[in-house]
Structures are given as C-alpha cells and as structure tokens.
Design a protein around this ligand. Structure first.
Ligand SMILES: [Zn+2]
Length: 223
C-alpha cells in the first residue's frame, strides 16, 4: 500500500475533533508517564534547549517584552506580593544588592538623577515649597504653643511670620546653624521659653527698638 498524503490530510480534516479528543484522553491517561518522559528529555537535552530558548528570545525581543507585560498585568497583585515577601525575607541581601547596583552604575544613576531633576524642576520646587510650608507651620505651632499668630499685632498670615528671640541673640544662634536651630525645636531638644512668634513688621520694630529704644510706632494687622 502506498502512503497517500492527500488521503491522510482529508481524513485528518474530516476527523480533526475526534483525533484531538482521542489525543487528549490518551495524554490524560498517561499524564505521569508523559511528565517523566518530558523531564527525562529535558535533562538529556538541557544545554540544547536552553540555548534554543535563548536564541528564540533574542530573535523575538518585542514578543518577549509584550508577553512579560501581559503576564505582569494579569498577575500584578501576586507578583507585587511575592516581591514584597522576598524583600522582607532577604533584607540584608536586598540592601547589599542595592549598594552593589548603585556602585556599579554610579555614573548612570547620577546622570539619570540630573536629567530627572532638570526635567522636573518645577515639580521639585513645588514639592520643596510644600515641605517647607509644612515644616514652618509645625515649628510655629510649637513656638506659639498651638497659636500661630504674631504676639504683637495678631497677624496670622504664615508667610509673614517669623520666630523672634525675645532677649536678642537670634543672629548668633541662627547664622550658619539655621537648620540645626529648627531641628532642635522640632525634636523637642531646645527650650522655647525665650522664643515668640512675630510678624516680619513687628520683628523689624523689635529689632529697631533694641537698637534705638522705644519708638513711636503702633502696628495694626487690619485683615
Ligand atoms: Zn505683628
């Protein structure tokens, strides 16, 4: 009997589902055998398979990228949870890895940081402004013991408020050590009894009066 390719093709197309079903059942019946055979095949041809896989990945970079993206989207929660667990269980390893990675790519990181800063100049400035405002309000609340107002005229416009040293000596403590001064108040390490809140205007008068004695000014905050 001669092998009739045409006949086989026709037979296959006609009985496609039957054949596929049969194969499926057979596979299910011999599941364990198949797994063992596959493992065996993999072990025997490992080098070859890995090489072929790598070759395929190299030739289908876009496809790999897309597949990875789809996989990430479909399993985001699981992946994030797994990563978090790994980080929690390997803190020291992760820390060392970060340092190593930074050292290895230091120039790249610096360049990236520089480009990021340049690109997000406004955003960063805005963030810094906001942080400064929050810090200032916190500071004023401590010094004013909850009342954020000029103790002389009652001005409550945070932009205009300053911390005054009641007995002078502000310059001495502040110049070049401003951040230390602020931090020690925020940390509760510095007493605040010699400090008060003044607005810029009342602060100027206070400064002038320590220099020239009492001056004939009356300052009103007319909101
Ligand atoms: Zn004032």
């Amino acid at each position: 009997m001669v092998y009739d390719a045409e006949w086989h093709k026709k037979y296959y197309l006609k009985n496609k589902y039957k054949i596929k079903n049969y194969q499926k059942t057979r596979r299910a019946e011999h599941k364990n055998e198949i797994i063992i055979k596959r493992k065996d095949f993999y072990q025997k041809n490992k080098g070859n398979i890995l090489e072929k896989n790598k070759e395929w990945r190299d030739n289908n970079k876009e496809k790999v990228k897309e597949n990875n993206r789809l996989y990430y989207q479909g399993n985001k929660d699981m992946i994030l949870k797994r990563n978090q667990e790994y980080r929690n269980n390997n803190k020291e390893k992760v820390r060392k890895g970060k340092i190593k990675g930074y050292n290895k790519n230091r120039d790249k990181y610096k360049e990236y940081q520089k480009a990021y800063n340049k690109k997000n100049k406004e955003k960063i400035a805005e963030r810094n402004r906001k942080r400064y405002q929050e810090m200032k309000i916190k500071l004023l609340k401590i010094v004013g013991k909850g009342i954020v107002k000029c103790v002389q005229c009652g001005c409550d416009d945070v932009r205009l408020l300053e911390i005054n040293h009641k007995n002078g000596g502000g310059n001495k403590e502040m110049i070049g050590k401003r951040s230390h001064f602020i931090k020690s108040i925020l940390d509760g390490k510095r007493q605040i009894d010699d400090l008060e809140i003044l607005c810029r205007v009342c602060n100027a008068r206070h400064y002038l009066e320590t220099k020239h004695g009492q001056l004939p000014y009356r300052i009103y905050y007319d909101k």
